[in-house]
Write a protein that binds this ligand. Structure first.
Ligand code: PMT
Length: 417
């Protein structure tokens, strides 16, 4: 349960949409926590939601009538006036059907019509059974909503109402509350800081059409850049090739190889107060990439000689003045001890160790479970959470180490790549 009687949502107007899932009973507790946090909450329920929980329950706890019917609500134009007044719309639980309607822009009941008329931020906390979350249609709808800026939380994995086990459980109440808080009350506690972030993989050419790379999607690094920006920092994001759009308000530098990334990072080091290396930089590259496409010879290929790339973090560490250096460690076992060893060897202030072999964690996923190890030897285990939420936890940990005093110089770039 969330803490009682805080005032983190004081003065905020929230529309809580409840759709027809067995998890609808959990949104009663969510409503209580929002009201106890000071929010003024109006509840809109779909017809199917009312089969799981009585509107009266939400009415009593919110202190407002619950809107359920587009046509009854039409007299008061609630599909227009509710979203106009709202600081955020939170749909929790959001069924696969509601995700699909929001993604397609359908408007066949009060909740979907209201979403279609709204311009305020939208948060969806999905809950669904029977493997629906993994269906291509649901994935496509989720991606479409995320692409348009909606925050779609990941459902949790575990026992489901059907008795099966899988991903589809209503997200943890505190994760939903943190997401609402981040949306409504953005902290500006990184104002004045200059954060240099790396993200994504690098490509190391074998020949003009082939390369060596890895599975990094860039999601973790982009989430770090976005979080630092939203908290008031100036941010430069140096990114290897990814399919992600550049975060809004961030200076974006596109690179291809480990060498490019090394130059882009070291040339901006003097500008930065904090450097975060979330990129998965190739450790090896072909020693002599072929200028022509290599032909098949019908036999095994034995001639690919690899050489090590420069360790960018170690370079940054040897050149830094007062910058805080944060590294990531991609591990498949003994995460904390390997992370600790990398922190020491690379001369870092903080390292984020992730078990890239664990379900839902590491490469490509929207979530990550990590262990933070700082230069004082403190170890903090963080459970699986969305990468954007984790990014805030990492920034909190950096802040606890004491971010350096800020300077006002723009980067003097001799070489921008
Ligand atoms: O991009 P996503 O799909 O969201 O996945 C996120 C992630 C798994 C890529 C990210 O969370 C992560 O773990 N990034 C670091 C991956 C990695 O390269 O780990 P490493 O243990 O090999 O390297 C340790 C640190 O040294 C990293 O900060 C890395 O950026 C840095 N490094 C590595 C090699 C190199 N030549 N130069 C470096 O600076």
């Amino acid at each position: 349960m969330a803490p009682i009687s805080d005032d983190r949502f004081l003065g905020k107007r929230i529309v809580l949409g409840v759709s027809g899932s067995i998890a609808a009973y959990k949104s009663v507790a969510l409503l209580r926590a929002l009201v106890q946090g000071g929010a003024d909450v109006s509840v809109v329920m779909t017809k199917s939601a009312t089969r799981f929980v009585s509107p009266l329950t939400f009415e009593v706890l919110s202190g407002h009538p619950v809107a359920t019917d587009l046509f009854a609500a039409h007299q008061d134009m609630l599909h227009l006036t509710l979203p106009e007044r709202a600081d955020v719309i939170v749909i929790a639980p959001a069924t696969a059907n509601v995700l699909a309607k929001c993604a397609l822009g359908l408007a066949d009941d009060l909740l979907s019509t209201m979403v279609l008329t709204s311009t305020c931020p939208l948060i969806l906390a999905p809950a669904m059974d029977g493997g629906m979350w993994d269906q291509p249609a649901v994935k496509a709808n989720t991606a479409a909503l995320r692409g348009r800026g909606a925050l779609v939380l990941d459902p949790e994995e575990g026992p489901l109402a059907s008795g099966r086990t899988g991903r589809g459980r209503f997200p943890d109440e505190n994760v939903i509350l943190s997401a609402i808080e981040a949306q409504l009350c953005p902290r500006r506690d990184w104002g004045g800081q200059r954060v240099l972030v790396s993200a994504g993989p690098t490509h190391e050419a074998i020949d003009p059409v082939r390369f060596i790379s890895n599975r990094s999607s860039g999601k973790m690094g982009y989430a770090m850049a976005q979080a630092a920006r939203e908290r008031g920092a100036e941010v430069i994001l140096v990114s290897g090739p990814t399919a992600l759009p550049a975060p809004v308000g961030v200076e974006f530098i596109q690179v291809l190889t480990a060498e490019d990334m090394g130059k882009a990072m070291t040339s901006r080091l003097s500008w930065a107060t904090v450097v975060i290396m979330a990129a998965a930089v190739a450790d090896f590259r072909p020693r002599r990439p072929s200028p022509e496409k290599l032909k098949k010879t019908g036999t095994a290929w034995k001639g690919l000689e690899l050489e090590q790339t420069d360790d960018i973090l170690a370079l940054l560490s040897s050149q830094r003045a007062s910058q805080i250096l944060v590294g990531f460690a991609a591990e498949t076992q003994a995460v904390a001890s390997h992370a600790k060893e990398k922190l020491r060897r690379k001369g870092l202030d903080l390292i984020v160790g992730n078990n890239v072999a664990a379900e839902g964690s590491g490469f490509g996923s929207d979530t990550n479970a990590v262990v933070l190890v700082d230069r004082e030897g403190r170890v903090t285990q963080l459970d699986l959470m969305p990468k954007r939420v984790l990014a805030d936890r990492i920034l909190d940990a950096v802040k606890a180490l004491g971010v350096p005093a800020t300077r006002s110089t723009r980067p003097q770039l001799s070489d921008t790549k």
